[in-house]
Design a protein around this ligand. Structure first.
Ligand SMILES: Nc1ncnc2c1ncn2[C@@H]1O[C@H](COP(=O)(O)OP(=O)(O)OP(=O)(O)O)[C@@H](O)[C@H]1O
Ligand code: SF4
Ligand SMILES: [Mg+2]
Length: 333
């Protein structure tokens, strides 16, 4: 097991709920028994994850299981309801302001829809230069700074006076990547960053991510629905189910020896040859509502091996082989 000092990022027991913030009237009505508590989404439930410098973690799971929420918590875009995110061993919230700012710049997020993330009224030069100038990493008028990052992502610096709509989808995603790189990050959260692109373009952008990792010693949390992408890009894979990480293992191990019944349902029956073309296997049964997650093991209503214990007790994540963790009662005596 790696220890704390090895972890570039550590997510520790992070819970995140979403619900309306009750105003005075709603709180009073609740106290007087005149109203029911507003529904709360349990997006993350005591999630723990350590990410070593230089590694790529693939994060997978069905829609709504909390992948983007975890990415946004790590990137500091939203706060955990409970628990903490540690950056190089110190809680983000405990960092003094200067170091916190450095950590915020060091962790960048790249989203799915490249157009939505770009201001249509700014040239790509302005887009890429904005944050480094604000944070004193580049001087106004230092055109070479922007050129360097555009060239790094495979864009011609001669096109820098153009606007986002003058580029293709793949090129726009390259602009987003250049913008993120321009603040000299160490860690990228890539949230379905290639999902909106044509398949042929996806491969090019994935190769770019891998080249940048080598060149800049980057670390990634890579959220993807695509089995082929996950297998190609990841060193380790974390499987999420309804707000919890249920299994985590080196990439080879998770595909060869999936342990958790949910992972097995998701991965094991897809023939290797088809993985490059297929998304995850649909898992039988409905994903329960995160407004009212099942007690015990969240997977029990869909699990063919569920017992009474599974309906009551939350399974602990245990190490079943070196670096391979799974949260299922079948592993415990
Ligand atoms: N700002 C928000 N307010 C309320 N609920 C939210 C908010 N953000 C996320 N959720 C809810 O939290 C749960 C987890 O959402 P999240 O976007 O993290 O899932 P996901 O795994 O990224 O899904 P997808 O694969 O569809 O992108 C969902 O039920 C979602 O509706
Ligand atoms: S803990 Fe029980 S319900 Fe959950 S995956 Fe394991 S066997 Fe299935
Ligand atoms: Mg998402």
């Amino acid at each position: 097991m790696q220890d704390r000092a090895d972890a570039l990022i550590e997510v520790r027991e992070v819970t995140r709920r979403f619900g309306p913030k009750p105003d005075f009237a709603a709180t009073l009505a609740l106290r007087l028994g005149l109203a029911k508590p507003a529904p709360v989404v349990h997006a993350l439930d005591r999630v723990s994850l350590k990410i070593r410098r230089g590694e790529v973690i693939g994060l997978v799971g069905e829609s709504g299981c909390g992948k983007s929420t975890l990415g946004r918590v790590i990137a500091g875009i939203i706060q955990p309801s409970e628990g903490e995110v540690l950056w190089q061993g110190t809680s983000l919230n405990a960092l003094p302001p200067g170091k916190r700012k450095a950590a915020d710049l060091a962790i960048q997020m790249i989203f799915q829809n490249p157009m939505a993330a770009l201001n249509p009224r700014m040239t790509i030069e302005e887009i890429v230069a904005e944050a480094p100038r604000t944070h004193g990493l580049a001087k106004r008028g230092d055109g070479a700074y922007v050129d360097r990052y555009l060239a790094m992502v495979g864009l011609d610096p001669a096109t820098k006076r153009r606007y986002p709509h003058q580029f293709s989808g793949g090129q726009r995603q390259r602009v987003n990547i250049a913008r993120a790189l321009a603040v000299q990050p160490q860690f990228l959260v890539c949230d379905e960053s290639v999902a909106a692109l044509d398949v042929s373009i996806q491969a090019q952008v994935i190769n770019l991510f891998m080249d940048l990792r080598e060149q800049l010693n980057l670390t990634y949390l890579f959220v993807s629905h695509d089995l082929g992408v996950v297998e190609h890009i990841s060193d380790r894979v974390a499987i999420m189910y309804l707000g919890r990480i249920v299994e985590e293992a080196p990439v080879e191990e998770i595909f060869r020896r999936p342990n958790h019944p949910y992972t097995k349902a998701l991965l094991s029956e897809v023939p290797r040859i088809e993985r490059a073309k297929r998304r995850f296997k649909p898992v039988a049964g409905e994903l329960p509502s995160p407004l009212d997650p099942p007690k015990g093991c969240h997977f029990h209503p869909r699990c063919p091996y569920a017992t009474d214990r599974c309906r009551i007790e939350v399974p602990k994540k245990i190490e079943i082989a070196p670096g391979h963790h799974s949260a299922c009662h079948l592993n415990a005596a």
